[in-house]
Write a protein that binds this ligand. Structure first.
Ligand SMILES: Nc1ncnc2c1ncn2[C@@H]1O[C@H](COP(=O)(O)OP(=O)(O)O)[C@@H](O)[C@H]1O
Ligand SMILES: [Mg+2]
Length: 328
């Protein structure tokens, strides 16, 4: 059966965590479409809700968290927010390949990587286990590892960077056509990072995948993503084609993120750290704009009205100051 790159429509997604102060949103009213066959990058500082959103794509948010509102429609699966039990288990792995942020530590310490690969294959009804092993070795080889040796290894025998590549292999090996990679390269040095992302891009193109890459480093996705979505305080503040977002960022947060990365600015002397810190669940403003505390363009309206995403062709920006300027 020929599988095709699925489209994904996230609509009005809100995910909350139960805290001593009640249920607080980590992702709030996020609407985002992943077009079939594209790579979308989600960027934002730590704590902005990226991993929580990634987990929602698999309906894998665990207590004390829960999806409080919205839907995640995936072609061929329907709204995953409604999937339960066995249906959900089958969807993960075979339809949706994923590397969770904790992938480095998610291998079973007692079993070799090869044994875990076979378990994964069996649990998804793969008949040709030899083929699966061949495929795994190939993927590991492409990422610069000795496949046979890695499959014979236990987790503790692998470096952080090697484990991360094993995680990517496991996300790709079942041939899922939707792939979610959450901080897939953070344990790697810059050059290895670039190489691995190049391979992700190649495999994406060869197989016709829909891919979501999540990172706190906008420089990491600059070269691989077709589209970028920028998150802050659980809100999606800007999205659009990568070259537009990087070339002409509109939201002051996106501008700040880009200014902080020397290799995007082009000159290390010009890079400027974004002042202040991102909010936590407890400190995210309950009304008004989530970014206003750090915003150079803050206006009175920002204190009381949460800006809606304003679409302009392929771009969308949620900022009062930017909208005012456009309409002036
Ligand atoms: N299990 C949890 N319980 C309570 N709060 C959580 C839990 N997981 C994440 N959070 C909070 O939700 C917010 C978003 O976290 P996360 O989705 O991990 O962001 P990111 O991946 O962008 O760093 C953070 O403020 C984080 O502290
Ligand atoms: Mg994360």
């Amino acid at each position: 059966m020929a599988k095709q790159a699925p489209g994904v429509r996230i609509d009005g997604l809100t995910v909350v965590y139960k805290t001593p102060a009640g249920e607080l949103p980590a992702v709030r009213d996020v609407t985002l479409t992943l077009e079939p066959g594209t790579i979308t990058g989600i960027v934002g500082e730590s704590g902005s809700g990226k991993s929580t959103m990634a987990l929602s794509l698999l309906n894998a948010v665990q207590p004390p968290g829960r999806i409080a509102a919205g839907s995640v429609e995936i072609d061929g699966l329907g709204d995953v927010v409604g999937l339960r039990g066995e249906e959900l288990r089958k969807a993960r792995g075979k339809h949706i390949g994923y590397v969770f942020q904790a992938a480095q530590n998610s291998l079973n310490p007692l079993k070799t990587v090869g044994k875990q690969l076979l378990d994964l294959g069996r649990s998804h009804g793969v008949d040709d286990l030899r083929g699966l092993v061949r495929e795994a070795k190939e993927l590991l080889g492409r990422m610069g590892l000795d496949g046979a040796r890695v499959l014979d290894s236990h987790q503790h025998e692998l470096s952080g960077g090697m484990r991360q590549r094993v995680g990517i292999m496991l996300a790709l090996v079942l041939n899922a056509h939707l792939v979610v990679l959450d901080e897939p390269t953070t344990a790697l040095d810059m050059i290895t990072q670039a190489n691995i992302l190049k391979i992700v891009r190649e495999v994406h193109a060869e197989r016709g995948l829909t891919t979501l890459v999540i990172t706190h480093d906008i420089g990491v996705v600059a070269e691989v993503a077709d589209r970028l979505a920028v998150m802050y305080g659980g809100r999606l503040v800007e999205q659009g084609p990568t070259r537009h977002v990087l070339g002409a960022p509109r939201h002051p947060y996106t501008r700040g993120l880009i200014r902080a990365i020397p290799r995007l600015v082009g000159d290390i002397a010009e890079a400027q750290a974004l002042p202040g810190r991102p909010p936590t669940l407890a400190t995210v403003p309950k009304e008004g704009c989530v970014f206003r505390e750090r915003c150079p363009l803050r206006m009175d309206v920002c204190d009381t009205v949460d800006p809606e995403a304003h679409a302009d062709g392929a771009r969308a920006v949620a900022c009062h100051a930017v909208t005012v300027k456009e309409h002036a």
